[in-house]
Design a binder for this molecule. Structure first.
Ligand SMILES: [Zn+2]
Length: 114
């Protein structure tokens, strides 16, 4: 499917997005991955690989269940990516939008006053 839809795979770690143990609050280094066609998601999540500069809790017992859910940091980051994608797409069409908007602004006030 990756080749068929030209998907890019980005791997990152839960400890970089607030995944912590319910037992002791220590970060859990769970590898997660997205496969996407959205370059903004790849750019945002690619740097979120653990650098190994902190202690991890092993993902076991009650932590196994919670690690199956997204963290708020992950979903907030994903929403920022969608916003950025929409912005970037609209910027790409700015010439078309400007050509259509400018005549409407000039014409409407002149006709309605007279
Ligand atoms: Zn880590």
């Amino acid at each position: 499917m990756i080749n068929e839809f030209n998907l890019q795979r980005v791997v990152f770690h839960g400890c970089q997005l607030g995944l912590v143990s319910v037992r002791n609050g220590q970060p859990i280094k769970k590898p997660w991955a997205f496969e996407t066609t959205i370059p903004e998601i790849v750019s945002a999540f690619e740097p979120l690989k653990c650098k190994g500069d902190h202690v991890h809790q092993t993902c076991e017992g009650p932590d196994t269940n919670i690690s199956g859910f997204y963290t708020w940091q992950m979903t907030d980051q994903m929403h920022k990516c969608f916003q950025e994608r929409i912005h970037n797409l609209s910027v790409g069409n700015v010439d078309i939008a400007a050509v259509e908007l400018i005549p409407l602004i000039d014409v409407v006030p002149a006709n309605s006053i007279r």
